[in-house]
Design a protein around this ligand. Structure first.
Ligand code: BV8
Ligand code: ZN
Length: 303
């Protein structure tokens, strides 16, 4: 079937990719926040991104949670709210359909915690959420192992209900700006109502521990079971291709999968709106860089 043109993408790149991919039997994808950008969710380093305008380490670390659990819960409650209101975009569906077609030959390593890939029907056995999920919560009591998966309560507790003036941002910048404004604790003018710790989510099992979002924070290990599943696939043989989709690939160890895939023979296909966001180790002969919106590019590449 002739390759349809994708605005802004060189036709010969699409054609060479379409010649290559039917012969691929073992494929990986490293997925980042850019996959969900067209669903209206702010990326981390985009314009006004979540991390750039304030110190990421202030919000996504165990120390931050220890120091100010109410602020960190406000950050995650807001992201739960926005991700629940968002919908998977055509790229999420294209990856899910490709995963079903490849029936175990294609594994996605996703850094995203927004739940959009699972909601697009991506088979869970081939979707590895290396940084957890906004919708998992776990107890912080050392002696309690309570974990709840798939907690979609919005808000998770009444005290975390969004301020009544919560406007429904229509652009990513407005969304990100609001997230930054609302969460930029250095901005004294934004006085957020105090939330007493007793009103934050607590563990229904031990009735003692504060619950925390079931995501991997900076300085925390990635879940062993997820890492083992990925390594079992990678170690089982050569890799034909790794797609690096909507990610700056600067956070480790997730970013290291690009290097691992290359060491198993993979060619790299980057799908990114920023032409400067090359993969770890840079572009090599035979790689592709599809400079465009994943939601527009992936459905055509994987059709
Ligand atoms: C660990 C969950 C061991 C929470 C996240 C120095 C060197 C190497 C490593 C380190 C170092 N210093 C510290 C470390 C370790 C650290 C790290 O890598 N830091 C970075 C900042 C250097 N890593 C860790 O701490 C990891 N754990 O190493 O454990 C250990 C143990 C004890 C002590 C020390 C170490 C844990 C990392 C996990 C952190 N948690 N997420 C949450 O989400 O709140 S990371 C979070 O940020 C995301 O999950 C994601 O991984 C990352 C953001 O990256 P992206 O997804 O790429 O998003 P970004 O905005 O950056 O980029 C978007 C891209 O999309 C851009 O390229 C843009 O151009 C593009 N785009 C935009 N729109 C579109 C698009 N593309 C296509 N279409 C569009 N429409
Ligand atoms: Zn508990």
């Amino acid at each position: 079937m002739a390759s349809k043109p994708i605005p802004g993408i060189k036709q010969e790149d699409i054609e060479s990719f379409h010649e290559f991919i039917p012969n691929c039997t073992r494929v990986l994808a490293l997925i980042g926040a850019g996959l969900s950008a067209s669903s209206g969710l702010a990326t981390f380093r985009g314009v006004g991104g979540l991390w750039r305008n304030h110190d990421a380490m202030q919000l996504a670390t165990p120390e931050a949670f220890q120091a100010n659990p109410a602020l960190v819960w406000r950050f995650y409650s807001y992201r739960r709210h926005m991700a629940l209101k968002a919908n998977p975009n055509p790229a999420h569906y294209a990856l899910a359909e490709y995963s079903k077609r490849m029936n175990g030959g294609f594994h996605s390593i996703s850094q995203n915690v927004d739940g959009l890939s699972p909601r697009a029907g991506h088979p869970s056995e081939y979707l590895h959420l290396v940084h957890g999920s906004l919708y998992d919560v776990k107890c912080t009591n050392f002696f309690c192992s309570y974990i709840e998966k798939g907690n979609y309560a919005d808000p998770i507790v009444p005290a975390l209900d969004l301020p009544a003036d919560e406007s429904d941002p229509t652009t990513i910048d407005a969304l990100a700006t609001r997230q930054v404004r609302e969460l930029d604790i250095s901005d004294a003018s934004v006085q957020l109502p105090e939330i007493a710790e007793k009103d934050l989510p607590h563990c229904p099992s031990c009735n003692e521990g504060l619950l925390r979002p079931g995501v991997v924070w900076f300085g925390e290990w990635l879940p062993d079971s997820v890492i083992n599943d990925i390594d079992n696939f990678i170690n089982a043989g050569p890799i034909d291709l790794i797609m690096v989709i909507g990610t700056g690939a600067k956070v480790y160890p997730a970013a290291s999968y690009v290097i691992k895939a290359r060491s198993k023979g993979a060619r790299v296909a980057v799908i990114n709106t920023d032409p400067d966001d090359e993969p770890p180790g840079g572009m090599k002969k035979g790689d592709w860089f599809f400079n465009g919106d994943a939601a527009a590019v992936l459905p055509e590449l994987l059709r």
